[in-house]
Design a binder for this molecule. Structure first.
Ligand code: ZN
Length: 114
């Protein structure tokens, strides 16, 4: 499933960081999610719980900050989010814009137990 591969990726990064710092456990992970393909924070958290069981990241609290959907303007290639609910490009005013189709996940903070 889609959120599962996102989680695998997230987990690999978290475990690599934990390993680098020789942490015994991961306490909490802050991530930012730009949902594009309809993934929800709840689905992501559930998938992460499953993926992380029996790893040092098991039981870590996953805090997800959901960001607004991102768009790319076909006229000028400007990228923007629709936080104000507008779908026209803020740079050139064109409405010929595509939603970005890939879900993007960014780790903003990891708290480790050393
Ligand atoms: Zn534009």
């Amino acid at each position: 499933m889609h959120e599962f591969s996102l989680c695998q990726n997230l987990l690999e990064q978290v475990l690599a960081t934990a390993h680098q710092h020789q942490a015994v456990a991961v306490k909490c992970i802050d991530v930012r999610l730009w949902p594009a393909a309809g993934i929800s924070a709840g689905q992501l958290a559930a998938a992460f719980n499953t993926a992380s069981s029996s790893t040092p990241a098991a039981g870590a609290e996953l805090r997800i900050e959901e960001s607004a959907r991102q768009y790319r303007c076909r006229q000028c290639d400007h990228r923007y989010t629709d936080e104000s609910g507008q779908t026209a490009c803020p740079a050139c005013g064109s409405t010929d814009c595509d939603p970005l189709i890939a879900d993007t996940l960014l780790i903003t903070n990891i708290e480790l137990l050393l």
